[in-house]
Each structure stands twice: as C-alpha cells, then as structure tokens.
Unconditional design. Structure first.
Lengths: 412, 308
C-alpha cells in the first residue's frame, strides 16, 4: 500500500511537472529565519530543492515574524505572490485561504498519505480548512520550557529546582546572592508567552482549553484562573530587576549565571548550544515548568500562494513534497533544534532536552498553541495586556484578570 | 479680461473672481494629474477608510457593518488611552519647547556673531538624520549603563539616577528629548529667515525711540513674523501627529505600553493583529483630531481675509 501511495504521489508530481523536466523553475521562498542556526537549517531546504533541478530563490526577511508577516501578507494580497512562504500555522492564514489566494495541497497530501505519518495529527488539522490541506508543517516548537542556570543556583547555595514551585521558593536565596531570579525580556510576545506557560503549568491543560479553545469567560473569571494570575504576579516580582529587551539577551543572563532561570520556548536551546553548555551539567530544562509535563505543538509551516504559471505550480508541489520527506526533515530539524513533524524517523543525534521533548511527543502529551486557537487580533490584545501587567508593578492580579475576561468574552 | 464670450460675469458682484473655465487652459490641463491624485488617493482613500471603519474587517476589507463597535472597543482599550495621553504630552511640550528654543537660538544667532555659518550648520545637522538613527543614538545616550547616567556616576556623583526610557512615568519625555534635539535646528532656521526678513529700519526706529531690545522682539518683531510662525506651527503639528519611527527606534512603546503613540496603534492593529477595521477606526480618530485643530485655524486664516 505504501508502494502504491508513493507511486501515485510520483504520478501527481510528474503530471504536474511534465513540462519542467527540461528546464529549471525558479521559486522565491520567503521566511524569517536569519539567525545562525536558522539560516543553516534553511540551507538544507534550499540545497535539497536545488538538487531536483529547480532553483531556490532565497527571500529571507530580517527581523522577527512580527516584522515579516505583514510584508508577506501584503505581498500576497497585493498581487505579487512569492513561490512559497513560511508562516506559523493556525489562524494567521485563515482569511487568505478564504479569499482563495493559497494553493490547495489536498491531492498531494492524500497521495503521499501525510495523515498517516504526521505526528501529532493536530499539526495537519491546523493546516486544514473545510477538509482541504493548505500548508506543510515543517517543525514543532514548544513554548513550555523553563531554562535554569546551574551556576546561579550553586552561587546562591540552593539545589537546582525540579519544578516551578521550588523555583519560586528559591527566589529570595537567588536575590540574596545578587542574582535576578527570573530573566524576562521586556517585549509583549515574551511576557504573553510566559503567561501562557504559567497557564499550562499552574492552571493545567483543562483550564487552558476551557479558556482559550472554548472561550469560556466564566472559567477565565474563576478561582483557578485567579491562581494563574497570582503566579504571574509572583513571577513578575521575581523578574522585576530584569531590564533586557530581546529574548536572547535574557537567555544570555541565564547562560552567564546572572539569572536563575527563564521561561522561554525551545529555540532558547540554540543559544545554550552556541555557548557550548551541556544540558544536565550547565543548565537544566524543565518542560511544562516541571509541573505538567506537556508541550504545545506550535511551529512553522509553509504555504504556497496560487500562481498563474503552471510550471511554477508544479515546482511548488515538488517543494511541498520535499519539505515533508524523511531525509529533509532529519537534516532540517537537527540544524534548527526543533522536533520533526514525522513520527516515523529516528533522531538519535538529538541532545537531552530535545529527547525529553521527543518522549513527551511520543507519550502524546501535546496541546495546541495560542496561534492555532486564537486570532492574531485576540493575541495582540493579550500581548498588550501582559506587557502592561509585567511592566507596571502597581497593576494587581485581579485587575489584570478582569481585563483578561473582557478579551476572552470578545474573542471569536 | 472680461470678453463677450462670458457676458454673465459682468453682472456678478465685483468682489468675486469671474468664472472663466477656458482661460489658461494649458495650466489647468497640467494640473489634472495632481487634482486626480488629490481626489482619488487622498480624499478617496480617506473616505474609504472612514467607511470601512464601521465594518468588521479583519485581514481583508469586508462590508460587514457593525456600527460604532470598533470605536467602542477603541476607546475602551487602555493602550489607546495611554497613546492619546502620550500624544497630548508630547504634542504640547514639543510645540511649546521647539518654538521657544528655536526662536531663542535664532535670536542669538541674529546678533551678528562670529562663525554664524558654523553654528547654523551644527544646529541644523541633526535634522539631516532619520528618526531611526536619532532614536537609536538617544537610546544609547539615555541608556543607564552606557550614557548620561554612567558618565555622571563616573564623575563621582554615585547616586545619580537618570533613566527615562526604563521608567514608565517619564518614558515619553525621553522621546521628547530626542525629538527636540532633532527638530529645533530646523525651527531655528525658519525663525532666522523670518528675523532676516524684518527691515533694518524698524530696528533703527525702535532704538531711536529708546525701546529695550526684548520689548522690540516681543511687541514688534514677533507680531511681524506671524506668517513664519504659522508655517512653523503647521510643520511642527504635522510632525507631532505622525510621530512613530522615533518611538519604534527608542522604546518600541515600552516599558510595557508607557510610550505608545496612536500611529503605532494603527499600524500594529492593521498589519500585525490583522484587524483592519480597528486600525481604520483609530486612524479616523487621528484624522478627526487633526480636523478639530485645522478647521478653526483655516477659518480664522482664510475666512478673515475674505471679509477684509
């Protein structure tokens, strides 16, 4: 059956690319992977694509997703679409799909049987709208990690905590030793992300689902949620001396032992790697804050805008099929430090933290991310609220919760 | 030039210009592209924005009418309120201070001093820099561990604290400092041009009458410079409403939302939050604010002349 699958897949691509056999097709691919490790990972895609006889035209956009997304979206809307583009899957591309601006990949996906090997299956669901598949997930990134500096805890004379509550208890000792207990970059997305992690860790997955998936305003106003906000207020207190902006500066505080820990996604791992630190010896990573061992399955996906040229359309399908193929997935994710989206490949070269992630993934401890269930509009409102809350120590947990309830009850 | 081709004009009242559509035809023809641009791009775009601010448009404009819902949400949003408050503080301070400093510098330069060209160049130089460069430079100058605070502490005043950009309550003043540094040189030049336009004889007459210099400035020269002041006012006001890049470069609206400005809200709602209608509502409010300032001024300025 696998064999017939790949045969039909080959047929789909061959039929579409019959005319491209003789000459190469150029495809411009936009993305915002510009840091060292990221660029190396993209190069894996590019060389694999070039090996098929097509040409990868790199359209890297410097800056974060927040800078790149408006450029990408306005190019697609404005009638100057690229060949393929990175976006975070979820609701960001919803309206582009509704407007018929993106390529339908269902035929290819069915032919190759994506649904059989994409793990967790939620990744493919968030690429799907009305039963049709519009994007290729390429990696899994999760937010739910806290990174702890062994040196900082050694200097403070306390053991490296094994969960969030121990971490909070160790706070005063860290402070007494002249450390910043919690490093936190002063940007809305980081503060909102950390709050999301606290929601999973302190509030639990069920509460998170009630609030973010079902948009249950009562749950958002309830006593369980109040605990989350109190935990956030405690975290804010621990982070009050942290005056850096960018996430990697905050990670650097942890690496150098000036800060006890940082709540940040698994991309922080790349920074530890560059600094030649070893997981378990120099730093510890705790998924789900060590309380609820779960990871969310956000990540990156590629979308393919509709193009007029049939040759380019064929090349798009070829690229889509390539990105999800086994060898490319392994090569790409090892460089990127992210988890692969296929359940059927072996990543023995992965480090300790990545292995923890793979184990949780295999055990099915996965949850969707905010990107998947909330509109960018709601996310923006939450970021505004969190950045105000974290920077203004006079704003109480109750006040923040009240405004949080307003946002949830307006969300769609 | 009333000719028989348009006899109706004779009966019109003398104060009105006669209607002659075919006079200066080539000039009128040449103006058509600009007229079209103005009508379609500016007026048309503005109307479109206002109309769609009453819809529920997200990423793409949709004619799904929701009345004043976007405005309700806008004014209920803490970030917008902070933005407006900041714009008020920034606007008033920057208007008053850049006029005063600009005029004082111009008056000092006008004392027939030596090396006037050199000073003029130094003062005007910041204006040649983009807001992004200005913002970054001042971010470093105001950074507590690199800039002013550090320098003063190294001089021996250990407890000196000057950290506007990381202090919520005064972050907007940190931006104001950079804006003044960038803009006052240009205001000075405009003022200097105005001062040079004042006839030497007026100064001589004032001196003969024994009027002190400061009185001559306040009661004679400044009223005579009214047109220059009005031009300056318009230039400063336009700069205030659109302030955006300076904030992005210096604080990105932080700490928290303490230095947010309306233009940044509009941009972020439209392109990052993918909520066009909310951005439209915010930009319509900005337009309204500009009109509230502009209409009375235009009425006084142009309405007055017609009566005269």
């Amino acid at each position: 059956m696998k064999f017939t699958r790949s045969l039909t897949a080959a047929a789909v691509i061959a039929a579409a690319s019959a005319s491209t056999a003789t000459h190469a097709t150029e495809l411009e691919v936009t993305h915002w992977w510009t840091s060292g490790g990221e660029a190396a990972a993209v190069a894996e895609f590019a060389s694999a694509f070039n090996a098929t006889g097509n040409t990868w035209v790199d359209g890297a956009i410097a800056g974060s997703g927040g800078v790149a997304r408006p450029i990408i979206v306005s190019r697609i809307i404005g009638g100057d679409p690229m060949g393929a583009t990175q976006l975070n899957h979820g609701r960001q591309a919803e309206e582009l799909i509704e407007a018929g601006l993106l390529q339908d990949l269902t035929e290819l996906a069915e032919a190759e049987g994506w649904a059989d090997f994409v793990n967790p299956s939620g990744l493919l669901d968030s690429c799907t709208l009305d039963g049709k598949i519009y994007c290729v997930p390429v990696n899994i990134h999760s937010w739910e990690w806290i990174w702890l500096s062994h040196q900082a805890f050694e200097d403070a004379g306390v053991d490296v905590p094994s969960d969030w509550f121990e971490f909070v208890e160790a706070g005063p000792a860290l402070e007494a030793a002249g450390k910043i207990p919690l490093a936190m970059g002063g940007q809305g997305w980081q503060q909102n992300g950390a709050f999301g992690v606290l929601q999973y860790g302190v509030g639990g997955v069920d509460l998170w689902r009630q609030v973010n998936v079902d948009k249950d305003a009562e749950a958002a106003a309830g006593p369980e949620m109040a605990k989350v906000f109190e935990a956030a207020a405690a975290a804010r207190e621990l982070a009050k001396d942290s005056n850096v902006q960018d996430w990697n500066q905050a990670t650097n505080l942890v690496i150098t032992g000036q800060a006890g820990g940082q709540i940040m996604g698994d991309w922080a791992q790349g920074e530890f790697q560059v600094a030649e630190q070893v997981a378990g010896e120099d730093y510890t990573c705790l998924p789900g804050l060590g309380v609820n061992e779960i990871i969310s399955t956000g990540g990156d996906a590629f979308y393919f805008p509709k193009l007029d040229d049939p040759e380019q359309t064929a090349a798009q399908l070829e690229l889509a099929s390539l990105m999800i193929s086994k060898p490319v997935q392994v090569a790409f994710n090892l460089k990127k430090g992210s988890l692969p989206i296929r359940g059927d490949i072996d990543l023995s070269a992965a480090n300790d933290c990545m292995k923890k992630g793979l184990e949780i993934l295999a055990a099915g401890g996965v949850v969707p991310t905010g990107d998947m269930v909330l509109t960018p509009d709601t996310q923006g409102q939450m970021e505004d609220l969190q950045t105000e809350f974290w920077s203004d120590l006079s704003m109480t947990a109750e006040e923040a919760q009240e405004r949080f309830v307003d946002i949830i009850s307006d969300a769609d | 030039m009333t000719t028989s081709e348009n006899p109706g004009s004779i009966r019109r009242s003398a104060s009105r210009a006669p209607f002659r559509p075919f006079r200066n035809l080539s000039a009128k023809f040449a103006a058509i592209p600009m007229i079209l641009t103005a009508l379609v791009v500016f007026v048309g775009g503005t109307l479109w924005t206002v109309v769609y601010s009453f819809t529920n448009s997200r990423l793409l404009p949709k004619a799904d009418w929701v009345g004043f819902k976007q405005y309700d949400r806008l004014w209920g949003t803490r970030r917008w309120q902070v933005s407006i408050e900041n714009l008020m503080i920034f606007g008033v301070c920057s208007l008053v201070l850049s006029l005063i400093i600009g005029f004082l510098l111009a008056a000092l330069l006008d004392q027939k001093i030596r090396f006037e060209d050199t000073f003029r160049t130094i003062f005007l130089y910041p204006f040649a820099m983009s807001f992004i460069v200005t913002g970054l430079a001042w971010q470093w100058i105001l950074n507590p561990s690199l800039g002013v605070q550090n320098v003063v502490r190294n001089l021996g005043w250990e407890s000196f604290v000057f950290d506007p950009l990381n202090t919520s309550s005064i972050a907007i003043y940190g931006i104001l400092i950079a804006a003044l540094w960038q803009g006052t040189g240009f205001i000075m030049c405009l003022m200097l041009a105005g001062l040079r336009g004042i006839d030497e004889d007026i100064w001589k007459a004032a001196r003969v009458d024994g009027i002190p210099t400061w009185k001559t400035y306040v009661f004679i020269v400044i009223p005579m410079m009214r047109p220059v002041f009005i031009t300056t006012l318009v230039i400063i006001a336009a700069g205030i409403v659109k302030v955006y890049d300076l904030v992005v470069a210096q604080t990105s609206g932080g700490p928290g939302i303490a230095s947010e400005v309306p233009a940044k809200y509009v941009y972020e709602k439209m392109f990052q939050s993918q909520n066009l209608a909310q951005g439209f509502a915010a930009s319509t409010m900005m337009l309204l604010a500009v009109l509230i300032v502009l209409i009375p001024w235009a009425y006084l300025e142009f309405g007055g002349k017609r009566r005269g």
